[in-house]
Design a protein. Structure first.
Lengths: 380, 513
């Protein structure tokens, strides 16, 4: 048999190409939207978004400061996507990551503001809370065969209201502004230790959250590709009947996967809120971080390291909205662009197919395959 | 010049890295039964897909009645009068026979169905070709043989005159196969042209007029069946001489390995048991075969034995150890090997590489793991050793994604894995399903070798040739019960058929040996 060694035929390269294509298309569509809103200033706006904090390139101090902010703000979305892709590899769609993230906020802020704990224990509390939330979902899936998506969505809302109730009083919250107190003022020991703040223009939000995120990603990569546990998880994800045949404990793996996924989501929340860069505000809908995480996971090609790159990109564009001239544009245009990119993420696979099968004849093969698989469905 | 209804001339179809059809010519005469013979992966399915417009060939032309035609999709094929009976029937279980026949071609007036005329037409066809069916019966209530007749009627109802039968005898009893052969001859006599895809040489010898043989995507030849022999056909197909009979000596059974007593399994669909009071034993050094028509409880029984399904009552003893309610992992690690019926569903993780599949039940053992990490080098070495010992062929060796391998090699990989594991009992369900003669010969030899090394073997098979050739004792399962036990040396296919169809049922006194 002939082996295809062409660079562009490698699956990894194709995944990366597809993701880049998504990102570029998203930017182009965003530009078109800017054109519709205000044709005269569209190019200027687009440049502002893309140039982002590099407009301070003359002032290294400020440049590094804003680079630091972008890194810090990318932490939760990257970790959420790690949580989601980890579960996804085991064949579980953890849409409950949003809820696990919310209980993570709850646990970290409550232990920090109301109980005055040290940051390490606040972090631990958030991880445990997320893990517990994941465990509930996993328990229902394993023992009652409740779809993890349904259980996850329910738990998302439950977590939101618990969070609003617990944090929505005077011990944690400035009730007139209806947002939580600044941890730095209320409980300085609750703030995460700084990390290379000097390098990043004395950015006080630059904490160990950033290196922890990278470590988590690497650990996940190692677990998935090198360990027996990862071997079991992926086998279950690919083919749960074969996993059963091989004697793997499906129930245990389902619960364990969601516990780990939940713990990572909880960690995501604590690493963000314990920097005090953002305060929790009473909300009427579940924080979107868990949902953005889904998109980032797919944009990153479901690869732990890819998720880091994708997360940084998404955050870069989101923050780019701030640099738009508000006389002409609403800064939310950046959000709209992100929404489009996220929407296009769903097409990563589609783009992959197009890159993979450029010739017409081969396309008909794909159709035939589809027909064949459709037939198989019918037979079942 | 002969009158050809369909000609496929010099068809070439390439896939990336492989030529599935290389300059293949197939000419079908009017009113003949033309067999298409070839090993797995020989290109039969690809050729039929080309005829049905699922694939576009790179080279070659298709002619109908001497005129060149282009077939872009299955609808074009249907318009040309080409119909196919699939190996797995495409019927709606809860519809009546008549509804299934007219499905997709419903006669209607002002948007209302006019079933009366349809029924008349079906009955007329059924009379003409001697295809006995009850148009009002529901599909789920009728036998497999009758379901196949419904499939045939479906094609006739659409006035197809080129009929393709894709391995039609796989699911039938010997009696039903005889019946089908008669029907096919009838159809040919009435002027229909039949393309008959099969592995089974006996059937070709019995009904076909001519036979086209493919091997590895290449056209080997077309022969007149009357002027050839089974041996010649098989060597054309495989490229070498093949022995049909399995060489084996008299079994020397030793002590009991597996003892199954009164096992019942609840049906997932119906109220009653799908396996009822099954008792037997298997001793070391013998091959015990469970024969029977597909769907008579064999799958459920094996599920209960291996742990894939729940057992509702009864006991299973394995080397004196009660394993009735033990986990699959326990059974795996205590000497039970299992070649599963469905290699894609259970046997393999298709998206894993070959090496990863080779350690599917053993990844956690110290040989392959340390501190929770998989030892990649040992895994690679082990996989390479197995693939060499068992001649598993794959594109990229140990790193081949199993999905891209041919069915035969996938099955060989499973056989290799299961035979190499430490075991006293080998449960092999349809180990040669869908394999070609060469691979079957090989697997049979391996199974006999295992037996002679003192392993107990429980074989479940639907292929009667395999049952007769390989086993030392045959248990026939019908409707969830053991209908009888026969000695392969003192029985005939006809007797087996009677047991399989439930016409004969022994009250057994001596259950264990």
């Amino acid at each position: 048999m002939k082996e295809n060694t062409s660079f562009f035929k490698k699956p990894a390269v194709q995944t990366i190409l597809a993701s880049i294509l998504c990102a570029v298309l998203g930017i182009v569509l965003g530009y078109i939207i800017l054109l519709c809103m205000n044709p005269a200033h569209a190019t200027e706006g687009m440049v502002a978004i893309l140039k982002n904090f590099f407009k301070f390139s003359g002032k290294p101090q400020q440049l590094m400061y804003y680079l630091g902010s972008t890194l810090v703000k990318a932490v939760p979305v990257i970790l959420c996507s790690e949580a989601i892709l980890f579960a996804y590899k085991a064949g579980l769609f953890n849409i409950g990551a949003a809820g696990q993230y919310t209980v993570g906020i709850l646990a970290s802020l409550y232990t920090s503001l109301a109980l005055g704990w040290n940051w390490f224990f606040c972090l631990l509390a958030a991880v445990c809370a997320g893990a517990l939330w994941g465990a509930i979902c996993g328990f229902f899936k394993a023992f009652c065969n409740v779809n993890e998506v349904i259980a996850g969505i329910m738990l998302n809302w439950i977590s939101l209201y618990i969070c609003n109730i617990v944090l929505g009083n005077e011990t944690c919250m400035n009730t007139t502004k209806s947002e939580t107190y600044d941890i730095a003022a209320k409980n300085p020991s609750g703030i995460l230790p700084g990390f290379l703040q000097g390098v990043f223009g004395n950015n006080q939000y630059m904490t160990i959250a950033v290196p922890i995120t990278v470590i988590v990603a690497v650990v996940i990569l190692v677990i998935l590709s090198k360990t027996t546990f990862g071997y079991e998880l992926k086998a279950t994800g690919h083919n749960k009947d074969a996993a059963k045949y091989a004697g793997m404990n499906a129930k245990r793996n389902i619960i364990l996967t969601l516990v780990i996924s939940g713990a990572i989501s909880g960690l995501a929340a604590s690493l963000y809120y314990l920097t005090s860069i953002e305060h929790y505000k009473i909300a009427s809908s579940v924080p979107g971080m868990g949902f953005s995480g889904i998109a980032v996971a797919f944009l990153g090609g479901l690869h732990p390291i890819g998720a880091i790159v994708a997360g940084l990109f998404v955050e870069y564009i989101t923050l780019g909205g701030q640099y738009l001239n508000t006389n002409y544009f609403n800064p939310q245009v950046a959000d709209l662009m992100i929404a489009i990119i996220i929407y296009l993420c769903g097409f990563v696979l589609f783009f992959k197919t197009i890159i993979n099968k450029p010739k017409k004849v081969q396309k008909s093969n794909a159709e035939a395959d589809k027909n064949a698989s459709a037939k198989k469905e019918v037979q079942r | 010049m002969d009158d050809y209804v369909i000609e496929m001339l010099h068809i070439t179809k390439e896939f990336p890295g492989i030529i599935a059809n290389d300059d293949i010519t197939l000419q079908l005469k009017k009113g003949e039964i033309h067999a298409l013979l070839g090993e797995n992966g020989a290109g039969k399915s690809t050729l039929m897909s080309v005829l049905f417009g699922l694939y576009t060939p790179e080279k070659g032309v298709i002619k109908k009645d001497g005129k060149e035609v282009t077939i872009k999709n299955p609808n074009d094929a249907t318009d040309l009068g080409i119909g196919m009976v699939h190996q797995h029937f495409m019927l709606v279980d809860i519809f009546s026979v008549l509804d299934n026949i007219i499905l997709g071609a419903e006669p209607s007036k002002f948007g209302f169905l006019t079933k009366k005329e349809a029924k008349k037409k079906v009955l007329a066809l059924s009379d003409k070709y001697n295809l006995k069916v009850d148009p009002d019966a529901l599909i789920e209530d009728i036998t497999v043989g009758m379901q196949q007749r419904v499939e045939i009627l479906k094609m006739l109802y659409r006035d197809n005159d080129i009929l393709i039968f894709d391995e039609p005898t796989a699911v039938l009893t010997p009696q039903e196969i005889d019946e089908l052969m008669k029907i096919m001859k009838n159809l040919a006599a009435e002027g229909k042209s039949i393309l008959f895809i099969t592995h089974k040489l006996n059937e070709i010898m019995e009904v076909a007029d001519r036979c086209t043989i493919l091997r590895r995507g290449k056209y080997i030849g077309t022969v007149n069946v009357a002027e050839t022999t089974k041996e010649e056909l098989s060597s054309m197909m495989v490229g070498r001489d093949v022995k049909f009979a399995v060489d084996k000596e008299e079994a020397k059974p030793g002590k009991e390995i597996l003892r199954v007593e009164n096992v019942c399994v609840k049906s997932k669909i119906h109220q009653n048991d799908s396996v009822h009071n099954v008792s037997f034993n298997v001793r070391e050094g013998e091959i015990v075969c469970i024969a029977g028509i597909d769907g008579n409880g064999q799958t459920e029984f094996i599920g209960a034995l291996t742990g894939l399904d729940d057992i509702s009552s009864g006991t299973i003893k394995f080397m004196g150890d009660d394993i009735t309610h033990k986990s699959i992992r326990y059974k795996n690690t205590h000497g039970m090997s299992h070649v599963p019926e469905d290699r894609h569903k259970h046997g393999l993780v298709l998206d894993y590489t070959l090496e990863e599949n080779m350690i599917l039940q053993r990844y956690f053992e110290p040989e392959f793991s340390k501190n929770g990490f998989i030892k990649k080098n040992e895994m690679r070495e082990y996989s390479d050793k197995l693939t060499e010992d068992f001649d598993v062929r794959s594109g990229r060796g140990a790193q081949t994604i199993v999905r891209s391998m041919s069915g035969g090699n996938q099955q060989k990989a499973i056989i290799a894995r299961e035979m190499d594991r430490d075991h006293k009992l080998l449960v092999a369900v349809q180990p040669t399903r869908g394999l070609d003669v060469g691979a079957i010969e090989y697997i049979h030899k391996e199974i006999v070798k295992q037996r002679d090394e003192g392993c107990a073997i429980l074989l479940v098979s639907l292929e009667l040739d395999e049952v007769m050739n390989l086993s030392d004792r045959i248990l026939v399962m019908h409707d969830g019960e053991i209908a009888g036990e026969v000695d392969p040396k003192n029985t005939t296919l006809q007797e087996l058929g009677l047991y399989m169809s439930g016409a004969k049922h022994d009250e057994r006194k001596e259950v264990f040996k």
